[in-house]
Design a protein around this ligand. Structure first.
Ligand code: SF4
Ligand code: SF4
Length: 299
């Protein structure tokens, strides 16, 4: 099974729009495809690939929180002193320390410091994953964080592993993963071990800067990478970006023009290649798609 991961150096560059189109085109061409969204901070792939049928829901427990046993607590207040996140305050009515779970990062310092062994660390729900079937007939795997939880590299690893396991069980040929934006450990966790990484950037300095760095991450982990300029208006900065890419030995595999059809498709909850297949953006996406197929060995 091949895995194509779509990332961007910054949110809002069009990563998810491209991932949805990629999954749709592969499905149209007869590949057994599954779409996976590991951008758990803002999972939106299912907006463009709407879930028609929910097949399974899994809960994720990768966090931990401090729990205080009031019966054992002797009110020494050491836990308040050591908590680096000010997550422990006094409960006025009970006169006992109380953990605000939204602030607790699960570091365990309070449990270590407590002389009465009144604090234990408890597993906590990080979020949940859903396996469903899109209205186009192929499966989609998506995940969402609980309020107050945050994305981490290990979480992205876990989600990709679960998605790949399910995809293999379903006999999928190509897994299209909508990865995390940015350049942090969640992007590294999105890219490592993939068959191919498509890096999407809009033509702004901030987006290019992040996307170049995401491309470097892929190169350092020896993952084939292709660069896509989205919302292209042939600005001078795009030429500069192309020069930079050639200095980095990175390939530009597509330039998707700014096209109002993409906005219309978003409001209709469809990938643009399904909503307006003859639009300029759709034609450009298909060219990038053909390049990716070559890069990933699907031709
Ligand atoms: S450190 Fe332990 S005993 Fe002391 S106030 Fe906190 S919970 Fe109570
Ligand atoms: S586990 Fe860490 S963050 Fe949570 S309450 Fe204890 S010291 Fe604070």
């Amino acid at each position: 099974m091949k895995e194509i991961v779509v990332v961007s150096g910054k949110g809002g560059s069009g990563k998810t729009t491209f991932a949805a189109s990629l999954a749709y085109l592969l499905h149209q061409e007869g590949f057994k495809v599954m779409a996976a969204d590991v951008d758990v901070d803002t999972p939106t792939l299912h907006f463009m690939l709407p879930i028609k049928k929910r097949l399974k829901r899994y809960e994720i427990y990768m966090s931990r929180k401090a729990i205080i046993d009031n019966a054992k607590c002797n009110n020494c207040l050491k836990c308040l002193e050591v908590c680096p996140y000010d997550a422990i305050t006094m409960n006025g009515s009970l006169g006992k320390p109380y953990v605000n779970t939204l602030y607790c990062e699960g570091c365990g310092a309070c449990a270590l410091a407590c002389p009465a062994s009144a604090i234990s660390m408890s597993e906590w729900k990080t979020g949940f994953m859903t396996l469903g079937e899109t209205e186009f007939g192929f499966p989609i795997f998506t995940a969402q964080l609980e309020v107050g939880e945050h994305n981490t590299g290990p979480l992205v690893h876990e989600l990709r592993d679960r998605a790949a396991e399910i995809a293999r069980e379903m006999g999928v040929d190509v897994l299209v993963t909508d990865g995390s934006p940015g350049i942090g450990c969640t992007v590294i966790a999105s890219v490592v071990g993939a068959s191919y990484t498509a890096v999407v950037s809009e033509p702004t300095p901030q987006s290019f800067r992040g996307a170049f760095r995401a491309t470097k991450i892929a190169q350092q982990f020896r993952v084939h990478a292709g660069f896509i300029i989205n919302k292209s208006m042939n600005y001078p900065i795009e030429e500069e970006a192309e020069k930079m890419l050639s200095m980095m030995n990175a390939r530009l595999i597509g330039k998707i023009p700014y096209d109002y059809a993409v906005v219309e498709a978003l409001t209709m909850l469809k990938p643009v290649v399904a909503y307006k297949p003859d639009s300029e953006a759709s034609r450009a996406i298909r060219l990038a798609y053909e390049n990716i197929k070559v890069g990933v060995g699907l031709k």
